[in-house]
Structures are given as C-alpha cells and as structure tokens.
Design a protein around this ligand. Structure first.
Ligand SMILES: NC(=O)C1=CN([C@@H]2O[C@H](COP(=O)(O)OP(=O)(O)OC[C@H]3O[C@@H](n4cnc5c(N)ncnc54)[C@H](OP(=O)(O)O)[C@@H]3O)[C@@H](O)[C@H]2O)C=CC1
Ligand SMILES: O=C(O)[C@H](O)COP(=O)(O)O
Length: 432
C-alpha cells in the first residue's frame, strides 16, 4: 500500500514529504497541496508546498553532488541505475495504486507504466554506457592554411543540474525518461512532479533513494506549478530544463534564459484514412489510438481525416467498437475512466459544445458525470470548429471527411502542433 512498508519514510502523518539532500523532509511552509482523486473528486493525498528557500537549498546540494558524480565511473553509474530499475519494478503495486488514485489510470495500465519505467531506466543505463563511452578524434587539416599537426579529442561532458518537469499523464514514466539519461550522463537532477501524479513520483524517487544514489544527486520538490514553477525554471542554479507538457512549455522557453531546453509539448496527432486501407484494422487502431487512457496521451489519435468514399463504413465500425468500451472507475480497469481534473472535463465539454453549435454530427449522445466523459465520436467536423485544431486530451474524437490525400496532409500541416501522424493507407508513419 502507498506510504507504508518500505515507503513509510515518505509519509509524515497525512502529508507526503519532499526529497532533499538524501532525506525525506516536511516543508517549513506548513502549507500543503491537495491531490484530488479524479473519480471520487475528494482529496486523496496531500504533498508539501515547498518554499523558495527549500528550492535554493536543493539547487545548492544538486550542484555539489554533481561534481563528484561526474567523476564516478560510467559503469558504476549504470550499476546504480540498474539497481533502481529493479527496485522500481519490485514495488510496482503500491506505485500503480497511486496512479489509479491520482490520475485515474486503469489498474492494468498503471502497473504497465511502472514496469515500463523500470525497463526504460535499465535501457538508458545500457545505451548510456555505449554512447557516452565514445569520443571523436578530429584532425586539423580540413581548413585551408592548416596542416595535420594538431589533434583534438572530444567527448561528451555533463551539463550540471537538470530540472525535470513531467506532465500528469505519465508521472512515473515521463519522469524516469528524464532522470535516467540525466544521471547516466553525469548530471544531477531536480524533479518537480505534476501535482496530479506527485505521490506516484515520490514513491518512484524513493526507489532511487533505496538504490543508494549519493545524497543531493536526485531531489524532488513538490508544489503547484503555477506557484513554484517560475522560481524553478528561472533559478540560476539550473543548467538544463527537460519539460514535457502542454503550452506551459512555451511560457517556460520565454523565461528560462540561456540554458538548454528539451521540450516535448502537445499534439494534434492525425490519422489519415484512404480508400484502400484495411477498414477493420483502421477502426481497431482509431479506437485504441484515440481512446486508450481516455485520450490522455500525447501520442493519441486526435483527429481522423477520412476519404469520403469510406467514411460511412469507418464511422460505423468505430461506433460499433466504442459501444463495447467499458466506462467507469480505474479500479475496475475500465477502458474509459474519469479525466484528470474537473477543469479538464470542462475544457473538453467546451470543445464538444462548440462543435455542436457549429453543426457536427454526434455519433453518440454526449454524456458526462463529474469527470467521467463517455466516449464520443464527432462526425462531419469542419475547420471552423475548435475541435478540428485543439487538443481535447479526453475521450472525444473528431472526424473530418476529405476528398483527397492532399487535403488531409494540408490539414495536418496547417496545425500549430507537430508530434505524430499516421497514414493508414499502408503502415507508413510520419513523425514531425
Ligand atoms: N510531447 C510529448 O512527449 C508529451 C506531451 N504531453 C502533453 O502534456 C499535456 C498534458 O499534460 P499536463 O500535465 O496537463 O501539462 P501542463 O503543461 O499543464 O503541466 C506540465 C507540468 O508543468 C508544470 N507546470 C505548470 N505550470 C508551470 C510553470 N509556470 N512553470 C513550470 N512548470 C509548470 C505542471 O505542474 P502542476 O501539475 O503542479 O501544475 C506539470 O508538472 C498535453 O498537452 C500533452 O499533449 C504529454 C505527454 C507526452
Ligand atoms: O506521454 C505520452 O503520451 C506517452 O509518452 C505516450 O506513450 P504511449 O504512446 O506508449 O502511450
């Protein structure tokens, strides 16, 4: 169970602690942030609202720890990462429980996220040893006027302190996908987890603590992004920011200053369906791509562009599959579970109502209870509707009927987003 057994140190009464200098601590702020369970809409957990002073101390400790970590042999860094990966997988059940309660991830997917995170940490360690073990020899006679009398050896060096900010939808997996690469490359890391998902992230960080990483090398500060985010991203102690999330990333890029930024932002991933596609395969992939984890994946299919000649058939096949999806609580491993917050549900509803006013065809009745939104396919969506362009991040999928492949490609290219598109004529995919 969360906060018990090996995880008991993480909990202080009813509030989860933050992690600094190798210890679990309560914030001097005396303030906490509530994490509301998307299903019950009641407070499920509480985390510390860290102060600026606490952030300063974490940054100082991260700077000190990084210096000796950078000198730690590569094989030893990899060894510790493998150890953390094994501990993470061993404790998949309590961590998955947090994902169910905090972000309403279906029970089986929650376990898969933790296991996959462990695998990713190990993979990073393996690849890191290979990639970081390589260097380059450069010679000097590539430029007129120079002889080959000088040699230069280059190898990769760490950046320093990496600030990692992942989103709510994969709070463990998208955190370790930053932690693993940063640590194997000799950096230290400060994690600011998403509020929804923070407790799962704290449990994950404890697995790194149990693996025995040097104190200060990894820290985890909690608090609302809107309150503590700017202080973190503009902190002079940060040497690199790795961010995954929505438009927040654009704001961060404007404030961060001269540090390397790694940004993975929102998407409007399109699926273009041509006449010669296998329409059963299309329907299966549209439902899986568009509706798994209730559409809350950056890689989710978020608009389907179908050639008019096959549109009725595809829509009918998709509708038949949607009728079979189980809608309900994540504990029952339902296919469609409540979306992460009430404000997300309101945003999704806003897109649906806009489409309704502008004449989209509702293939199902729009139904919502609390944060739970039943799966909905909207047909005959036109470019003047917001849902043609915006990312609902929910179980609502627009269909735009097209008359040529060029029309479909034009729609994709006119989007502000670039992430992942699929053309289901063959199995070709286009990543942008
Ligand atoms: N391209 C990719 O690989 C992926 C992209 N995404 C995208 O993420 C979005 C959904 O995730 P969501 O969590 O809602 O995204 P947000 O952009 O709302 O939040 C992402 C993170 O930023 C934090 N944050 C909020 N305000 C600030 C601030 N001012 N400064 C610094 N950090 C801040 C949040 O903390 P808090 O929770 O406390 O507000 C959270 O940890 C979708 O758009 C999705 O497409 C998701 C997965 C992968
Ligand atoms: O954040 C996301 O949406 C994930 O990185 C996507 O992973 P998935 O496509 O395997 O769900």
């Amino acid at each position: 169970m969360a906060g018990t057994g090996v995880f008991a140190d993480v909990l202080d009464g009813e509030v989860y602690k933050y992690y600094a200098d190798g210890e679990w601590r309560a914030s001097a702020s005396g303030k906490t942030v509530a994490i509301v369970n998307p299903t019950t809409r009641q407070t499920q957990y509480r985390v510390q609202a860290c102060t600026q002073e606490e952030v300063n101390k974490v940054m100082d400790a991260a700077k000190v720890a990084q210096k000796s970590w950078a000198r730690t042999p590569l094989w030893k860094r990899a060894e510790l990462l493998h150890k953390a990966a094994a501990i993470l997988k061993e404790h998949k059940t309590p961590i998955a429980e947090c994902l169910v309660k905090e972000i309403a991830k279906p029970a089986k997917d929650a376990v898969s996220e933790v296991v996959r995170s462990g695998d990713l940490v190990s993979y990073t360690a393996e690849e890191g040893v290979r990639i970081l073990g390589e260097g380059k020899l450069l010679v000097s006679d590539s430029f007129p006027g120079n002889e080959r009398n000088k040699y230069c050896l280059s190898s990769k060096v760490p950046l320093g302190v990496v600030l990692a900010i992942p989103p709510f939808n994969y709070p463990v997996n998208l955190a370790v996908s930053k932690i693993g690469p940063a640590l194997i490359a000799g950096n230290s890391l400060v994690l600011k987890p998403p509020t929804q998902g923070a407790v799962a992230a704290l449990h994950m960080v404890h697995c790194f603590h149990l693996a025995g990483f040097p104190k200060g090398l990894i820290s985890c500060v909690t608090g609302k992004g809107s309150e503590i985010g700017d202080f973190l991203t503009m902190h002079p102690g940060v040497n690199c920011i790795s961010f995954t999330g929505g438009d927040t990333g654009i704001a961060i890029s404007k404030k961060a200053g001269m540090v390397p930024l790694q940004m993975e932002l929102g998407g409007k991933d399109a699926c273009i369906v041509l006449e010669d596609a296998d329409l059963d395969l299309v329907a299966a992939n549209v439902v899986k791509g568009g509706f798994s984890y209730s559409g809350q994946r950056c890689t989710a299919v978020k608009v389907v562009l179908i050639m008019e000649a096959v549109a009725d058939t595809v829509v009918e096949k998709v509708n038949a599959k949607l009728a079979k999806l189980k809608v309900g609580p994540p504990e029952d491993d339902c296919d469609i579970t409540p979306v992460v917050t009430e404000s997300s549900a309101n945003f999704i509803e806003g897109l649906v109502m806009d489409a309704k006013e502008k004449g989209a065809t509702f293939c199902q009745e729009y139904r919502r209870e609390g944060n739970l939104i039943w799966p909905l396919l909207l047909d005959h969506v036109r470019p003047d509707m917001r849902i043609a362009w915006e990312e609902p991040f929910g179980p609502v999928l627009p269909v735009i009927r097209i008359n040529s492949v060029e029309e479909g490609i034009h729609h994709c290219n006119a989007s502000n987003f670039g992430l992942q598109d699929v053309c289901s004529q063959e199995t070709s995919t286009r990543q942008s």
